[in-house]
Write a protein that binds this ligand. Sequence first.
Ligand code: GLU
Length: 472
Amino acid sequence: MPTSEGYSFFGAVLANFDKAAKFTTWDPGILEQIKQCNSVYRMQFPVKIGEKIEVIEAYRVQHSHHKTPCKGGIRFSTTVDLDEVMALAALMTYKCAVVNVPFGGAKGGINIDPKKYSTYELEKITRRYTHELIKKNFIGPGIDVPAPDYGTGEREMAWILDTYTSMKPGEIDALGCVTGKPVSQGGVRGRKEATGLGIFYGIREMCSIPEMMEKAGLPVGIEGKRVIVQGLGNVGYHTAKFFRQGGAKLIALAEYEGAIFKEEGLNEDEVREHRMKTGSILHFPGATNIARTAEALELDCDIVIPAALENVINGKNAPRIKARIVAEAANGPLTPEADKVFIERGTLVVPDIYLNAGGVTVSYFEWLKNLSHVRYGRMEKRFNENQNRNILYQIEKLTDKTVDGKERKIILHGPEEEDLVYSGLEETMIGATHEIIDTWKANPRIPDMRTAAYVVAINKVATSYTELGIFP
Ligand code: GLU
């Protein structure tokens, strides 16, 4: 559906692509191949809900096969349509390329409001959707690997896994057919919070670069930054948590029923508890109510983080946004018109295809764990601890001093799965930050960070296609 600005969501992704393609030297045919969605599967299937038969509309789009498997989440929402799924699948291709995750991009969606169904009904819908994917060979550890997205989580991924494994008995790598699973079902520790943690690592790195902070007109460092988070789902909640723990101040939190403001800072856990008890984020003790969620985005702050759905900041409200940094935790929260406003004004927009790639990065770690059939840290943890103990023993002997308490524990500690996942994610986000900034610096005509990130992505996907020999 075109927006008031004349773009559909996929149209906006195409516009961003074209804007960046001008800064590359690839053959127009290669660029066209990268842009389009390779395979589109639209399905309708009946599910008995109570006494009635409901016809459910669903999709899976594989945007690119330059690497396999394809990868991307599954969304349960009434906003789901072909255009949205195509746009989100394309973003997955670019996202994976930016963070060097060797997957093609894909996305799935079911057009339902999950709140209207019982757990049993949701399970029936999810299992039937998985059957449809299996029938058309649209799922598998080497084909296409779904994950959570808006409206889905570990529970849905466990249903997908169970449906897949029951249909494919004996498939040795079947656990890798879906990621974002519960740890007890082959999930990896750290996946749930991965997108939020990646956003924190990315912005912390940006905030440590004096040149970038000069651009944004803010002091270096994350400490004390005044932050607004819109959306307290899995991504928003964990983003808020890591920012607060990292020394930032959550001055406002927004949900669809409204928003709350507190200059001294909010605690995401207390707010979540209050929302669970009262059914609303509003009337949180000590905070001021903001009736309209959209208004919260316009409050004075350093960093605004849209962490819900697409198109929330557009040509109309962008001129009223006061933040110096817009951090795209959601997929596609800004329209191309909003980008124009921010480029003119010098507001630093940190783009989704880089910033929210933490989820798929840790999905990649989960998939690797499933294929290797061993938990991270299992082979080396004890070995490292013994090594550390021996080294520490020698140092203590030579210096005649002992290391006690917390320090001793830190030095002796061998890596657990969560430690390895966190450090792998940190390395990925820091590496991607500098790759994008270096590309931006190398071509000062590139107008914004989004375009620089697209240039990085296009170059990688195009290189992969040409090296495959598809284009002589
Ligand atoms: N749905 C998430 C995203 O949009 C994660 C995808 C994945 O882990 O495959 O990035």
